[in-house]
Design a protein around this ligand. Structure first.
Ligand code: GLN
Length: 270
């Protein structure tokens, strides 16, 4: 409702500006202008000048809680840079990963959470162009004998709830899946011997391997026949203007070197 009111207000403002200045007037780009495409279509998500981004800050290096208590990480830096390009304020909402997709369009405008593009999620949301390639890894206790897809059968597997690791683990014959809201809790239960392995994305797996050095190892999912995944920003279904603006902003950030800088700072530095 707030969004609708803000959107209507923005529309009225734009219309009165057009009347006052004439449509040819060159002005600095405002959020209201960014929310409109060349053919006049608008984005409800951009119209209020605030882009509310949902994340789950339990997924280093893409998102974690920084020393100042605020969500930080690659995705957070990326959405802030996108916000700057679009001239909108970025507000981060830290929430459970499993709630992100269904919160788009109500609590949040978009989600940036190392989220893999899946056919199932596409029923509910649209995705930006992919921005990062990933694969699931298997985190094992240092001396584990698990080494192949067949070895995972019948095992107790820790995962983060509602993630692609969760979906893969559920499909393994005879598996018992223990799901956690925080990935680190799954790794703690691995160390405590409560689960046999943890299936989680490559980069967080590597972060946990170094955090719990000597206790766990992270093994490439290729060894278990896991497929390549692509991360993208989840968007409200049908908001083509927003998708176009976000894709354009990411392209610009790639072209001007910002994107590579963020990869170096947040991902390759790990
Ligand atoms: N890439 C995984 C997924 O989309 C995990 C994301 C996460 O835990 N933040 O499901």
């Amino acid at each position: 409702m707030k969004k609708l009111v803000a959107f209507l207000l923005a529309t009225v403002m734009v219309m009165s500006m057009l009347t006052a200045c004439g449509s040819s007037e060159a002005a600095t780009e405002t959020a209201a202008e960014v929310s409109e495409s060349a053919d006049g279509a608008t984005s409800a998500a951009l119209a209020d000048g605030v882009l509310t981004v949902g994340t789950n800050a339990e997924f280093p290096p893409f998102e974690y809680v920084g020393d100042d208590g605020q969500p930080d990480g690659f995705d957070m830096a990326l959405v802030k840079a996108i916000g700057e390009k679009l001239g909108v304020e970025v507000k981060i909402e830290n929430m459970e990963f499993a709630s992100l997709v269904t919160s788009i369009g109500s609590k949040i405008d978009i989600a940036a959470a190392g989220m893999t593009v899946t056919e199932e999620r596409k029923q509910t949301v649209d995705f930006s162009n992919p921005y990062y390639e990933a694969v699931q890894y298997v985190v094992l206790p240092k001396d584990s004998a698990i080494a192949s897809a067949a070895d995972l059968e019948g095992k107790t597997i820790g995962v983060q709830l509602g993630t692609t690791g969760d979906f893969i683990a559920t499909d393994i014959p005879g598996s018992t899946v223990s799901s956690y809201n925080k990935a680190v809790d799954a790794v703690n239960d691995l160390i405590n011997g409560k689960v046999d392995c943890v299936i989680i994305d490559k980069n967080p797996a590597l972060v946990f391997e170094s955090k719990f050095e000597g206790q766990v190892v992270a093994v490439d999912g290729a060894q278990f026949d896991f497929e390549i995944e692509n991360y993208a920003i989840a968007l409200p279904k049908g908001d083509a203007v927003l998708a176009e603006q976000i894709n354009k902003a990411v392209e610009e950030l790639k072209a001007d070197g910002t994107f590579d800088e963020l990869v170096k700072t947040y991902i390759e530095a790990e």
